[in-house]
Write a protein that binds this ligand. Sequence first.
Ligand SMILES: Cc1cc2nc3c(=O)[nH]c(=O)nc-3n(C[C@H](O)[C@H](O)[C@H](O)COP(=O)(O)OP(=O)(O)OC[C@H]3O[C@@H](n4cnc5c(N)ncnc54)[C@H](O)[C@@H]3O)c2cc1C
Length: 345
Amino acid sequence: MSDSLRERWIDWSPSLSLDERLQRWGRETSSSSRYVTDEPLSRHSSLRIGGMADHWIEVGTLDDLWALLAALGDSDCYPVGLGSNTLFPDEGIEEPVIRLVDELASFTVQPESDGRACTAHVMAGAINAHLVRGLLGDGWVGAEFLILIPGTFGGAVALNAGTKEKELKAILDSVWLAIRDDEAEQWRVERRTAQSLAMRYRHTKLPPQAMVVSGSLHLETGDVEAARERVQQDKKRRNRTQPYRLASVGSTFANPVGDFAGRLIEQVGLKGKSIGGAAISSLHANFFINQSDATAEDFLRLMALARHRVRCDFDIDLRPEVRFVGFDGRARMRELERELEDKNV
Ligand SMILES: Cc1cc2nc3c(=O)[nH]c(=O)nc-3n(C[C@H](O)[C@H](O)[C@H](O)COP(=O)(O)OP(=O)(O)OC[C@H]3O[C@@H](n4cnc5c(N)ncnc54)[C@H](O)[C@@H]3O)c2cc1C
């Protein structure tokens, strides 16, 4: 697989319509990949919210991925993982939504010569929990903070996922990206160092229309039992303090410097508040829950209310940590905030 991951340029030739190109890709692709039309996005989001994807694509091999990029041409597309940090629009998404699976969700480990450290080559579709279990099973420690972060490696790179103890950037060495180059009418596949991605708290600077294909982690041998114990402690803490098993995206807002979004939302009296089917958890005020058939609009209304109240009382602008995929949720949220300001709520 590492041989297939080298710099390359993939030309596109958009003579057919996008629908025709994708239909053809779907027919010619390997059995690891899948193309369906009209797929409910709610099935692919931990919030269970979202309309239909006109094109839902699962890509299972690198060859299928290169062929898909050629077929996509200059059409916009949205790579996603498990949708554990994603709000999809109620109206659905016309552009292709792409998930990496199978071979593109695998990983290999290359020990260094002294056997005390290794490089893990991780394909972007790998599920964090599977990855960490595999690494710990082989005696490699350092990535265990990822095990309780639901999602894929690609999503973790895109968000610099992390906990209080550690963020991905601490162990990420480099990534392979597929980047759309509209001028050259090509997709470029290139390696970037983690340093060049300006990773900070829940933020990674990826080029527009870029897909993380894989990445390399630096890990070491260590006390696996102590690492497992840390995971157990974190799990207990989460079960005690967060509605970990309910439909959410985890933290809805990033914590402002020196404070906690949950504390601020609780202080303005919104803990337990619901709008439509969406509610602010009464256990942790930064967890917004889909309690019964919530829509994206319900969720955005609740976010707008929380931002508005926190701004009025604390003069702090809460930054959404949830990603709006396939629509401009931020613009709609701001519109709803302006309505609240006008009504002086
Ligand atoms: C109960 C719960 C607890 C959580 N706790 C934490 C926590 O402790 N720490 C934390 O950081 N997060 C936490 N989260 C949020 C979430 O788990 C992470 O943000 C995770 O990294 C999302 O991964 P995903 O694969 O599901 O990404 P998705 O939600 O599918 O995608 C998120 C973003 O990444 C982009 N993306 C996904 N894959 C790719 C790719 N291959 N190439 C380019 N872009 C891509 C998407 O376009 C989207 O913009 C929690 C969520 C839940 C539900």
